[in-house]
Structures are given as C-alpha cells and as structure tokens.
Design a protein around this ligand. Structure first.
Ligand code: BDR
Ligand code: CA
Length: 313
C-alpha cells in the first residue's frame, strides 16, 4: 500500500534530494503534489526549482504549486550563503518544462485536504511552515485530512544552525511553527540532532556521482556545492543532509529512533526567537505533542538514497 504525501518545500539542494527520493519510490509514496514556500531562496526560485526537479525525475504527472512568498509576521530570511543564488547551485539546469499550477499553494492544500478521507494525507515539510499554518488558520476543517506532519526543523542538544538557539526552518517563520506545534495533529520532527549524524561525505557523494544517470550527476554536483559551506562551518567530513531524512523516515522508519516529548516554539525573545524548546527529560508537566527523532542508521540512509536515485533518468 502506498502512503499519500504532499511535499511542502523551499528547494535548496537537500530539499532537491528529498524530492527526488520521494519521486523515485512510487510503490511506497504517492506524491500528490509539491508546494513551494519561501525559505532558502525567495518563492519565484523555490517554485522554479521544484519544477526543475520534477523535470529531472521524469515525473511530470506531479503538480507544483506556489504557496506563501513571506513568513506570517517576520520579514523573510534567505540562505543564499549556503545554497547559492539559485538555491540549487551545483548543476547546470536546463529550461523548465513543467508548468506552475494556477491555483495558490495554500488554497490547493485546503482543497486537497478537505477532499481527502480522514487522515489520508501525510504532509512532509522541508522548509518554513508558513503554507501549512496558513491552511490550518484559513480552514481549520482541513486538519481532518492530515494523517501526520513529518517535518525537518529545530534542534535540542545541537542548538541552532542560524542563531545559537534556532534552526533555519523554524527561525524563518516561528509564528507558523507555533501554530503547527499547537495544532494537536500527529507530529514527527527530524531536528539537527538527527541530521548532523547524516553527513554527505566525499565517499557517499562519489557513489551517487558514479550512478551513471543524469540524476546522479545533478545530485553529486549539488551535494559538492552544498558541502563547501558546511564543511568549513562544522569542520566535519560532509554537510548534514537534512531534508531527505523526512522522506527516508516514511520509507524505512526502522532506521530511525526517538522519543515523544513536548515541543514549544519561542516567538517573543529576540535572543532565542525560533528556538524549539524540547522537554527532552520531561521536567515539566507539559503534554507531549511531537515525536522527535534523534538517531539514524546513516549508512542505511545513504544506501536507500543511492538505490533510489539510480532508478531515475
Ligand atoms: C534546513 O534549512 C535549509 O537550509 C535546509 O534546506 C533544511 O531544510 C536545515 O536547517
Ligand atoms: Ca529545506
């Protein structure tokens, strides 16, 4: 049986690999749509990049929508320093063939979730949570169609990657994250504590480069570009490959471990804005609201990625 998913994303090289992994697994994941949000780069580029990835995968049956161009209350923060000016630097992208859908991404999410059966669709979020929060605000009844939200974002013991306290996706739109974490929906979080164990080392990238297909070439190029910033920042062997962990978790949950705890989002303090405050040791009586994953079989993860990227053109 396949799991119906909608991918909400701000591509980004790591988003790109996540999207390709999902599109390469049609027997496991039924990707209903990709909805772009502003994040790593502005919305005109994230929606363009999503369409570039659909083209590359040969899965032009998957529609692409553009959601929100700005966070709910704060000005947009982007990350060209990490991802380059296009967001997906590292590969020479041809002109796009896949059109952008006319309907706005938030309206699409509402319509798709209202039309779905109870808990039919899993939302995979790889960027700021603006589109999801806006859909829940605009039409609360759409929550009924959501099975689970699996999100990349936040950090506990690893702290933040954009400020000392905050991870990029949550920092960009903490108010949206606050709505999602208070939603009572079934939530799974893939934070930095996990993704910092999933490093795109040179050997792992070489394996993807050697796949021999165009997808392998594009992914290796993007990963080599992505590595240059993080290797210097962390002094690690490779960049944390964040977003594909969300898709891999849905495909092979036994590779992951974690714990269900209370997570709340800081939306007031200038010092710790966007922090995911996790009650890891259950030192409060705040109700657990999120399953936070913090371990991964990294070799298994890169095996899964390579095996699936090999199936694409
Ligand atoms: C997250 O921020 C973005 O730069 C990446 O695409 C990932 O979703 C990591 O903090
Ligand atoms: Ca992302």
């Amino acid at each position: 049986m396949t799991q119906a998913i909608i991918i909400d994303t701000d591509p980004g090289q790591d988003d790109a690999l996540a999207i390709l992994l999902a599109l390469a697994a049609p027997k496991v994941l039924d990707v209903r749509a990709i909805v772009a949000v502003a994040g790593n780069v502005p919305l005109p580029l994230t929606q363009l990049n999503a369409r570039r990835l659909v083209d590359l995968s040969g899965r032009r049956d998957v529609p692409v929508y553009a959601g929100c161009a700005a966070p709910m209350e704060r000005p947009l923060i982007t990350a060209e320093n990490v991802h380059g000016h296009t967001g997906v630097d590292g590969y020479d992208w041809p002109d796009t063939q896949t059109p952008l859908q006319d309907q706005g991404g938030v309206d699409f999410l509402i319509e798709a979730l209202l039309a779905a059966g109870e808990r039919e669709i899993t939302l995979c979020t790889l960027g700021p949570l603006t589109n999801i929060a806006m859909a829940l605000l605009k039409e609360p009844r759409c929550a009924r169609g959501i099975n689970e939200i699996v999100m990349m974002g936040g950090g506990c013991f690893e702290g933040g990657n954009t400020t000392p306290a905050a991870e990029f996706n949550i920092l960009v739109d903490p108010h949206a994250a606050d709505i999602v974490f208070k939603s009572s929906l079934s939530l799974t979080l893939i934070p930095l504590d996990l993704t910092h164990k999933a490093l795109a080392t040179p050997a792992r990238i070489d394996r993807i480069a050697a796949l021999g297909n165009e997808t392998g070439k594009a992914c290796a190029g993007m990963l080599r570009y992505f590595n240059r910033h993080d290797v210097e920042k962390y002094g690690s062997e490779g960049a944390p490959l964040h977003d594909p962990c969300v898709i891999a978790y849905l495909m092979q949950p036994d590779m992951f471990g974690g714990k269900t705890v209370n997570v709340e989002i800081e939306t007031a303090s200038p010092l710790t804005m966007g922090m995911t405050v996790m009650d890891w040791w259950r030192v409060t009586d705040r109700a657990p609201n999120c399953t936070v994953m913090n371990t991964i079989d990294a070799d298994g993860y890169f095996d899964l990625l390579s095996d699936h990227l090999a199936r694409l053109p």
